[in-house]
Write a protein that binds this ligand. Structure first.
Ligand SMILES: Nc1ncnc2c1ncn2[C@@H]1O[C@H](COP(=O)(O)OP(=O)(O)OP(=O)(O)O)[C@@H](O)[C@H]1O
Ligand SMILES: [Mg+2]
Length: 478
């Protein structure tokens, strides 16, 4: 899992830089935390148990990149990773998702990862098995006659009398068998050369067992036990397989996963997955501010009580506890938690003190400036300009943006953020879609293929300037 090629902190920041503009503090902390996972696993065993992760709390206004960092991190982490929203949870005992489900999700994710990797590793072997199955469907093998089982003869040892043992009665089937083998060899060759891809054959395809539904957990049964029970009932129903007539090309796809699954040991996968979830797992808790009670002292009743309940349920998980999942018990001691929130209404200090203490590293994300907007429009791998260019290129229309046009767009976005409401980089989406709306409608009817559309600052002003000046308009449209 954590190979020696694991990204260094600088490399992690460089990867994040491809998508997220600015926010260097946050990137650095996240990079250190990630690399520390690797470092810990390479420390002496007795020390490993002592090293606890430094959980991170990211604080920053809406639309400055908190969730974006989490999403990109998920790709980089090369570790079990889940992102959850704190606002989705309810206190234990109430209807809804309890907080332990985040650990169960992590276990699930980890099992999928490990299983996928193992299946990847046995892919060649599985492909060979599939080839045999396809061959069997084309040219069913004939049984080798008795007495001919072993072709290997002891070399230079005693009189070679085995050939004399063959009676005439056995000659024919032996010849049949050889003929069959030769035909199979010829067809195996053809299959490998892709000559028979469109030939239809009949194969057995495993059917997913009927899913056993249980409506609502019986009283006294938690989610883990429930999903375990569902799995158990599901596995008690015998697996059915169905005969299907498909082309060889399709058969190969249909059979490969089944054969690969047969080659891996699920118990081993579960053990390894739990180990990885415990030691390398990362849980990103977004919208943590939504469970902080604003103002605090509202006194009794209302949503604040249940929010605090969620926080209290979170404590043991973040602190380290054993959570029962259907793959086994997951110890959360060494799982890294990264929480994020805008904290517009509430403040980090509105979180219950114990929980604040569990997130020792606080990073503030910076508000984005007009200059940041220009870079966000142009540079990230998924930059808005690149997205629209790709959309129009699908129609053979070339879209380009003048640098000054992007400057104007950024200025307008910043202005609307300042006058109406600050929604950070999200404003760029609304401004950009307003700007390109007509062009997107006119292609390809009025703007035909091979056209070149160049966005000039004048065009930006024409489309957007009035709207920005009119506060009422921009409030609703931009
Ligand atoms: N620093 C940034 N660099 C590049 N793109 C950004 C940046 N910040 C935000 N964006 C873009 O803005 C959009 C919203 O960002 P994101 O989801 O990260 O906001 P957030 O900080 O999680 O806000 P919220 O508190 O509302 O959840 C994303 O589509 C992202 O592409
Ligand atoms: Mg967010």
């Amino acid at each position: 899992m954590l190979q020696d090629t694991f990204l260094t902190p600088a490399q992690i920041v460089a990867e994040l830089d491809k998508y997220i503009v600015g926010q260097h503090e946050a990137k650095r902390h996240v990079a250190i935390a990630l690399r520390n996972r690797w470092r810990r696993l390479h420390a002496p065993a007795d020390m490993q148990a002592e090293i606890v992760p430094n959980n991170i709390l990211m604080i920053g206004a809406t639309g400055v990149g908190k969730t974006e960092i989490a999403r990109r991190l998920a790709h980089l982490a090369d570790a079990p990773f889940v992102k959850v929203e704190a606002s989705k949870f309810t206190e234990v005992g109430y209807v809804g998702r309890d907080v332990e489900s985040m650990v169960r999700d992590l276990a699930e994710q980890s099992v999928n990862r490990v299983r996928q990797r193992r299946q990847e590793a046995v892919r060649l072997q599985a492909a060979e098995a599939v080839e045999e199955l396809i061959l069997d469907a084309l040219i069913p093998p004939v049984k080798q006659p008795a007495g001919k089982k072993s072709k290997a003869k002891p070399l230079g040892f005693g009189p070679d009398d085995s050939a004399d043992d063959d009676t005439a009665a056995e000659e024919m089937p032996a010849a049949d068998h050889e003929l069959n083998e030769r035909t199979r060899a010829r067809f195996r060759e053809k299959i490998r050369n892709g000559e028979l891809e469109d030939r239809r054959i009949e194969i057995n395809v495993a059917q997913p067992g009927p899913s056993v539904g249980i409506m609502g957990a019986p009283p006294g049964m938690d989610e883990a036990a429930l999903s375990g029970l569902q799995d158990m009932l599901g596995s008690m129903v015998p697996k059915r397989s169905r005969k299907r007539k498909v082309t060889i090309a399709e058969a190969r796809k249909l059979l490969l996963d089944d054969e690969a699954a047969k080659l891996i040991d699920m118990d081993e996968v579960k053990d390894e997955a739990i180990r990885q979830a415990e030691n390398a797992g990362i849980i990103f808790i977004d919208e943590i501010d939504k469970v902080a009670s604003s103002g605090g002292k509202s006194g009794g009743g209302g949503p604040d009580v249940s929010r605090q309940g969620v926080q209290r349920d979170l404590l043991p998980i973040v602190e380290g506890s054993a959570v029962n999942t259907k793959y086994g018990i997951v110890n959360t001691d060494h799982i890294l938690f990264i929480a994020a929130g805008a904290f517009h209404v509430s403040k980090p200090s509105d979180l219950i003190p114990e929980l604040q203490g569990r997130f020792p590293i606080r990073v503030e994300l910076q508000p984005l400036t007009q200059a940041d907007f220009v870079r966000i429009l142009r540079h990230p791998k998924n930059a808005l300009t690149k997205q629209y260019e790709a959309l129009l290129l699908a129609e053979d229309v070339t879209l380009t943006f003048a640098d000054e046009a992007l400057d104007r767009l950024a200025a307008i976005a910043a202005e609307v953020n300042a006058t109406v409401e600050n929604i950070g980089a999200r404003r760029l989406h609304t401004v950009m879609s307003r700007l390109l709306n007509e062009i997107l409608f006119d292609v390809p009817d009025k703007i035909a293929a091979h056209a070149q559309v160049h966005i000039t600052p004048e065009l930006v002003d024409e489309r957007l300037a009035d709207m920005v000046k009119n506060r009422d308009l921009s409030q609703y449209i931009l």
